[in-house]
Design a protein around this ligand. Structure first.
Ligand code: FE2
Length: 352
């Protein structure tokens, strides 16, 4: 299928933060959940934008993304850093999440959260990279959405009750948030044609990093997600990993969601039985925003736990009978956030 196999090369992105700290010979600025001794003041989000969450290839560009700042423009041939990328003078410095969604025709949608201003920014970019429109929806309290859903007509953003309520002693961005499980997860549904048209729904308190896909059937929006009961992995293990420790986390399980726009309801149901952890759901990108019949995700079965703390398998779900096929990696393999690469010449969802 891929006769040349798969090769990997990596380079550090030469961000402003890395350049300044390399020149100083020490860590200068607060990170996401940590603070160095005697920190320097942070004058802009892009000064501490480490572009370390995801990469995007679009309109001939390779962009490295961090959700709290601008994309970084990379050379796709030698992975050298060109600088901060802007979609236009009106868009400079507006946060651009690390999980933009691209329709089969190349249209790109994204969001970004501006915690201090209490705004969710919205992006609509065409296949050529031209900025079509932007939007800003007030959200109070703000939270930390990582990914979102795009359907034929709507953008859907879940806002878990991990609220940005900074106190005086806040030393880093993560510490400015508080988990309030007695509060609902707000669901923001935005009209793609008119970003000022927003409807709100509620789901129980939960934490979601990643969604598989969203699609619409009449007035009903369907989507799926790896749902955790709380953001413990971020609160604890993301912090502990900076000390070389494992930390605590709550496993996520795959759920299916429905938002009925006519009835004004939102509901959720688990897709698989208990004891089957899941994360990183992906689909064949050629059917993004359309109804998917297959879903690929990383998993871990309680029956065959790994000797390491990460997931240890990959699963393929097929619609129609809810068939599930799994592959368990060897004990020395620690799978991470994977991508679906369509096999050349294959039909959508046929092979990859
Ligand atoms: Fe992610």
């Amino acid at each position: 299928m891929f006769p040349d196999g798969v090769r990997h090369q990596g380079r550090m992105i030469q961000t402003k933060k890395l350049a300044a700290e390399t020149a100083a010979g020490r860590a200068l600025y607060p990170g996401f959940g940590s603070v160095p001794p005697n920190p320097a003041p942070v004058s802009s989000a892009d000064l501490v934008n480490v572009a370390n969450i995801s990469v995007l290839t679009h309109h001939g560009k390779l962009l490295a993304l961090r959700e709290a700042g601008s994309p970084w423009d990379m050379d796709a041939n030698d992975l050298s850093t060109r600088g901060i990328y802007s979609f236009g003078s009106d868009a400079e410095g507006v946060p651009f999440s690390a999980h933009p969604r691209i329709e089969p025709d190349g249209t790109l949608w994204n969001f970004g959260y501006v915690s201090g201003a209490g705004l969710i920014a919205l992006w609509h970019i065409d296949a050529s990279g031209k900025l079509v429109k932007m939007g800003a929806v007030p959200v109070s309290p703000m939270t930390m959405p990582h990914d979102f859903i795009v359907t034929a007509k709507h953008l859907v953003i879940l806002l878990p009750p991990f609220h940005f309520k900074p106190k005086g002693g806040m030393t880093n961005f993560l510490d400015g948030h508080i988990w309030e499980p007695d509060q609902p997860t707000r669901v923001m549904v935005v009209n793609k044609n008119d970003f000022s048209k927003v409807r709100w729904f509620e789901l129980p308190a939960q934490w979601v990093f990643h969604y598989g896909n969203g699609w619409e059937d009449g007035d009903v929006i369907h989507f799926d997600a790896a749902r955790a009961p709380d953001p413990l992995s971020m609160i604890d293990s993301f912090r502990e990993v900076m000390r070389g420790q494992r930390g605590k986390s709550s496993a996520s399980h795959h759920y299916r969601y429905c938002i009925d726009l006519a009835r004004g309801t939102a509901n959720e149901v688990p897709m698989f039985g208990p004891g089957f952890d899941s994360e990183f759901p992906v689909i064949d990108p050629r059917i993004s925003t359309l109804r998917n019949r297959r879903l690929v995700f990383l998993c871990a079965s309680m029956d065959q736990p790994a000797p390491h703390p990460l997931l240890n398998g990959v699963a393929v779900w097929e619609d129609g009978g809810d068939r599930l096929t799994t592959f368990r990696y060897a004990d020395h393999v620690m799978p991470e956030e994977h991508l679906f690469v369509a096999a050349p010449g294959s039909a959508p969802e046929e092979d990859g």
